[in-house]
Ligand binder design. Structure first.
Ligand SMILES: CSCCC(=O)C(=O)COP(=O)(O)O
Ligand code: ZN
Length: 204
C-alpha cells in the first residue's frame, strides 16, 4: 500500500473512533495526517462535511501551504492553517481538532488565565509527564473568526512534536508523532477536562 493509502486508512480509523464518541457535533472538528515530508503534504478533512459519515471524499491532500495538492472539487478544512502550523514547525505526524462541551466550558472557565494546569493526575503521563510533581499546562488562546490570525496566535504554542492547545469557546487541537499518539492525547485531555468540571461541580 502507498503511504497515501496507509495514512488515509489510519485517519479514517481515528475519525471512526472519534465519531463513536460523538465528538463531531454540527459538522465541527477536523483531522489531519502527514503523508510526506519532502514535499510536505498532508491529508486533511474536507470542510463542512458531516464527519459522522464515512465516504471516499472525507479527506483531501494539501501542500505545505494548506492548498489542495491535487485537482479536487473538495475544499480543505477551514482550519487547515492550524494543522499546517503544526507540520511546518514540528515533526508531528497527526493533528486532531474537536469541539466538546467539556473542552469549551474549561476554555471559558480558565480563558482569562490563558492556561489550565493539571498536577497529581495519572493521565498527564499520556503527555510523557512521569515525574511525581509534574504539571501539564494546556494553553488557552482567544478564538478569532479570521483563521490566518487564529493560526498566527496558535503557532506561538506549537513548539514540540506533541502538544495541545485550547481555543476559547471553540475546541481543542492536539498533535503527536502519529495517529495513535494524537488520539491518546485527545482522549487524555478530554478525561482531564471532564474530571475538572465534575470536581468543581461537587465542590460548589
Ligand atoms: C460548524 S463548526 C465551525 C467550523 C469549525 O470550527 C470546525 O471545526 C469545522 O470546520 P471545517 O471547515 O473543518 O469543517
Ligand atoms: Zn473548529
Amino acid at each position: 500500500m502507498s503511504a497515501y493509502d496507509t495514512r488515509w486508512q489510519e485517519l479514517a480509523e481515528v475519525k471512526r473512533a472519534l465519531a463513536a464518541r460523538d465528538w463531531f457535533m454540527g459538522t465541527s472538528g477536523n483531522l489531519a495526517i502527514k503523508v510526506s515530508d519532502e514535499p510536505l503534504e498532508f491529508l486533511v478533512t474536507a470542510s463542512g462535511k458531516d464527519k459522522y459519515k464515512e465516504t471516499n471524499e472525507d479527506f483531501l491532500l494539501v501542500d505545505a501551504h494548506g492548498q489542495p495538492a491535487q485537482a479536487s472539487a473538495l475544499k480543505p478544512s477551514a482550519e487547515t492553517l492550524l494543522h499546517q502550523a503544526i507540520y511546518s514547525k514540528t515533526s508531528a505526524g497527526c493533528s486532531l481538532h474537536v469541539h466538546t462541551v467539556a473542552n469549551n466550558v474549561i476554555s471559558e472557565l480558565y480563558g482569562d488565565e490563558g492556561v489550565i494546569q493539571f498536577q497529581g493526575q495519572e493521565l498527564i503521563k499520556a503527555f510523557g509527564l512521569w515525574e511525581q510533581d509534574a504539571t501539564l499546562s494546556i494553553p488557552i488562546i482567544p478564538n478569532h473568526a479570521d483563521i490566518p490570525k487564529l493560526a498566527d496566535e496558535f503557532r506561538n504554542f506549537v513548539n514540540a512534536d506533541k502538544g495541545a492547545v485550547l481555543i476559547r469557546n471553540h475546541g481543542i487541537t492536539v498533535w503527536g508523532t502519529d495517529a495513535f499518539e494524537a488520539k491518546k492525547l485527545l482522549e487524555a485531555s478530554e478525561f482531564l477536562f471532564q474530571y475538572q468540571l465534575a470536581l468543581r461541580q461537587l465542590q460548589s
